[in-house]
Write a protein that binds this ligand. Structure first.
Ligand code: GLU
Length: 440
């Protein structure tokens, strides 16, 4: 069975970059009729916060990305300790005592000599006595996984054939001096224990994947299929990392972006398939094909989400917005007529309230100087409401007859006087909804 996972660290809010990872893993599981696990990578006790874990769940729920179960790394520490023991037993784990400053110095020397800054494995040469002395002086060391200096190969679901020379990578630290288990080993143990078959994550994890493949093999696990999606950039190709804070999913929700608009966009940017608005998660699953994604950085422009949001809203029938209309206290018998007028004229759901306000209270009229007399004459011909869907044409015919104006010169000043705008819904549909006309 296909089993995937989305493994965010609950150290902040999800943003558009994380969403891509979540969505790809979710769609792969759903397409295969498999399982999708939400895994909270919370081994960092200082930075992980329960409120972020809750926020991650809320954001995924808002989008309709449902998980089959939740796992938390903090409750699996004994499993990681077992794995560490095993690595020690088989001679693939060693304690190293260099301070960060010492490591930095080593790196600088290597770089000066034109060499890659790979950890030199000095700790492997330490005798037991030397280690005991260092431990007494500096406390426990970090624990590094001893890579096997061979090439590490895999066929990536997006990048194709990858081959990395393990000798070009530092032996990864899996456990810190204070005993804190790090992501690399926790992730490997979890992926193996949970039977994860496919891992999709950002291309910033490619080197991790190389080392993780060796750790999985050392622990006797089955290596999942890996795929690395490109990272998002801003519209001009600029790094998005600094702006990701402003692209949190909760901010997009707050700003009125519709879940299906966001998902439709995310399920397609960076692929060779066109972006198409989908009307359900099933359609997204149907239209998703991992090999169609490219390795080049993917441009993301938050503004692209609004036309898709508008398009989604334009397609909604009354039943899908009942609760929005109800919460504005729009009477039942007015809702259908109101929605018919409003839906094509909104970009986000927030705009519904603006149109209802206009219907209830009227808009501040916009009357150009040259239309002043004309509008006054026209308004004198407008009977008091309520209006029917005939009222607009009856009224404008009378105005035309009385003033001789026609076409745009007739209609536009009246639209602007009644709505304060030079564009908007069909006036014959809007007029019956207007309970107050400020210009009158
Ligand atoms: N917690 C890791 C991250 O958010 C997970 C990476 C992975 O998918 O293995 O980067």
């Amino acid at each position: 069975m296909t089993v995937t996972r989305f493994a965010p660290s609950p150290t902040g809010y999800l943003h558009v970059g994380n969403l891509r990872t979540a969505l790809f893993n979710y769609l792969i599981a759903k397409k295969a009729g498999g399982q999708f696990i939400l895994r909270l990578d919370d081994t960092d006790p200082e930075r992980s916060k329960p409120e972020y874990a809750d926020a991650i769940k809320q954001d995924l729920e808002w989008l309709g990305i449902e998980w089959d179960r939740v796992e938390t790394q903090s409750s699996r520490l004994d499993r990681y300790a077992d794995a560490a023991d095993k690595l020690r037993e088989i001679g693939r784990f060693y304690e190293a005592f260099e301070t960060p400053t010492e490591l930095d110095l080593k790196r600088k020397k290597q770089l000066n000599m034109g060499k890659p800054p790979v950890y030199d494995r000095a700790a492997l040469a330490l005798t037991d006595d030397e280690k005991a002395k260092l431990r007494a002086e500096r406390g426990s060391g970090v624990w590094r996984f001893k890579l096997d200096h061979a090439r590490i190969n895999w066929t990536d679901g997006i990048l194709g054939d990858i081959s990395i020379d393990a000798a070009s990578v530092s032996d990864p630290v899996l456990i810190r001096g204070d005993g804190q288990v790090l992501y690399t080993i926790a992730s490997v143990v979890d992926d193996t224990d949970m039977g994860i078959t496919h891992v999709v994550r950002g291309s910033d994890h490619v080197t991790n994947t190389a080392t993780q493949i060796q750790i999985i093999e050392a622990l006797g696990g089955t290596v999942p299929s890996f795929a690395h999606h490109s990272l998002l950039t801003g519209p001009q190709g600029e790094a998005l990392s600094k702006r990701l804070g402003t692209l949190a999913l909760r901010d997009l929700r707050e700003n009125g972006v519709e879940p299906l608009a966001l998902l439709s966009h995310m399920a397609r940017i960076g692929s060779s398939d066109p972006i198409e608005l989908r009307s359900s998660m099933d359609e997204l699953v149907e239209g998703f094909d991992l090999p169609r994604f490219g390795s080049a950085p993917t441009k993301f422009d938050v503004d692209d989400l609004y036309p898709l949001t508008a398009k989604h809203l334009h397609g909604l029938d009354l039943s899908s917005v009942k609760s929005d209309l109800g919460s504005l206290n729009i009477p039942e018998d007015t809702q259908a007529a109101f929605w018919a007028v409003a839906r094509e004229n909104i970009t986000t759901r927030h705009d519904i309230a603006k149109w209802w306000d206009l219907c209830q209270n009227g808009a501040d009229p916009v009357i150009d100087a040259e239309d002043k007399d004309f509008v006054a004459e026209a308004l004198a011909l407008l009977p008091d409401g309520p209006y029917s869907d005939q009222s607009w044409s009856d009224w404008t015919s009378k105005v035309k007859e009385a003033t001789g104006r026609k076409g745009r010169g007739l209609f536009m000043p009246l639209r602007k006087a009644l709505t304060g705008m030079d564009h908007g819904p069909d006036m014959s549909q809007l007029l019956p909804l207007l309970q107050n006309i400020k210009a009158k």
